[in-house]
Design a binder for this molecule. Structure first.
Ligand code: FES
Length: 64
């Protein structure tokens, strides 16, 4: 089964847990969900109004 999801977040949610915050992935790209693994850095140069598709290390623009 395959699902296509959209995410507009470009960084993690910080959740206070004990002494240190936990960083929860909100971009959808982490390979260590639910935790952020830094993969959101790939979204830094995304342009507003453009839809991107991520497959492994490859990113392509989705044409309307
Ligand atoms: S928020 Fe998704 S990898 Fe960091």
């Amino acid at each position: 089964m395959t699902r296509i999801l959209t995410n507009e977040q470009t960084g993690p949610y910080a959740v206070k847990e004990g002494k240190f915050p936990l960083y929860i992935c909100a971009c959808g790209l982490s390979k260590n969900k639910p935790y952020c693994d830094g993969s959101h850095k790939k979204t830094r140069d995304e342009q507003p109004g453009v839809v991107y598709k991520y497959e492994g290390d490859r990113r392509t623009e989705v044409k309307p």
